[in-house]
Design a protein around this ligand. Structure first.
Ligand SMILES: NC(=O)c1ccc[n+]([C@@H]2O[C@H](COP(=O)([O-])OP(=O)(O)OC[C@H]3O[C@@H](n4cnc5c(N)ncnc54)[C@H](OP(=O)(O)O)[C@@H]3O)[C@@H](O)[C@H]2O)c1
Length: 253
């Protein structure tokens, strides 16, 4: 059965690759566009004029989210899978609590986009999700949001924003489970995307890993994995949302 999928942050990176994968599979895609004058999504929309809808969307802005929801409601009665991909990693929040280098304005942006942005979009579209067959919300989290698995002593803005995404997933699941809804958190792996490249030289991909990092993967590879995982999301069901990597392995909360 063909699905309707809504993807935020679809200009490039994982969001774009997911939009391409679902569109090429014949599913209907609503792809959130943040970046203006960017050709990738336009090219994809030209290939799938009947099934791919480009939706202007700044998840950090409530008015933009509201407008995107209205646009979508005008074109579909349901969304099977909402995939919250949009995110930012603002590298300036490095240093530790022992330094004076924390940039709180950048941390606020990370919180607003990664944590509150995900919540805004989910709230705006949850009615359409619960009208669907699959009723699934997928949040792109990170190992950086794992409290139980954390060995970092820096990057508090990004890590706290992703931990907040995880908490949000539990709260949303508690509210929608009784309506048949489901929520998953996925850590994609260390991807060679804009965010990934901020910390890794792409020319040196697949060479020495920073401590604790298992692999570099391309957004296209991750999109393939996530696409397969989401064919049978119920196998990860439990009392809490699944918090898994893109190979389906569970992470510590
Ligand atoms: N890359 C990694 O290694 C890694 C690891 C763990 C988790 N993640 C998570 O995986 C997700 C995808 O990451 P990625 O590597 O594909 O990153 P990416 O290439 O930077 O893509 C993120 C997308 O989100 C968009 N975006 C940024 N701010 C937005 C806003 N306010 N509203 C709507 N869209 C916005 C970006 O637009 P612009 O291009 O215009 O900025 C971009 O298209 C993110 O949530 C990230 O935190 C990534």
């Amino acid at each position: 059965m063909k699905k309707t999928v809504f993807i935020t942050g679809a200009d490039r990176g994982l969001g774009f690759e997911l939009a391409r994968k679902y569109a090429e599979s014949g599913d209907r895609v609503f792809a959130g566009r943040f970046k203006k004058n960017w050709h990738l999504l336009d090219d994809l929309a030209a290939r799938f004029p009947d099934t791919l809808h480009v939706v202007p969307l700044d998840v950090g802005n409530s008015e933009s989210v509201k407008a995107a929801a209205e646009f979508t409601k005008g074109r579909t009665r349901s969304i099977d899978i909402l995939i919250n991909v949009a995110g930012v990693w603002l590298s300036a929040d490095t240093g530790t609590i022992l330094d004076d280098g924390f940039d709180y304005d950048r941390m606020l942006t990370e919180f607003n986009v990664n944590a509150l942005g995900t919540l805004r979009v989910t709230q705006a579209l949850i009615g359409l999700v619960l009208e669907s067959y699959e009723k699934l919300v997928v949040n792109l989290s990170s190992e950086a949001g794992s409290i139980g698995g954390c060995a970092k002593d820096g990057q508090p803005g990004y890590c706290m924003s992703k931990a907040a995404v995880n908490m949000q997933s539990v709260i949303v699941l508690n509210a929608i489970r009784k309506h048949g809804g489901n929520v998953m958190d996925i850590h994609p792996g260390w991807m060679l995307s804009v965010i990934g490249k901020a910390t890794a030289d792409p020319d040196e991909a697949f060479c020495e890993m920073p401590e604790g990092v298992r692999y570099y993967v391309t957004p296209g590879q991750v999109a393939e994995n996530i696409f397969e995982l989401l064919k049978n999301p119920e196998r990860f069901n439990s009392d809490e949302p699944a918090f898994i990597n893109s190979f389906g392995e569970r992470l510590k909360w």
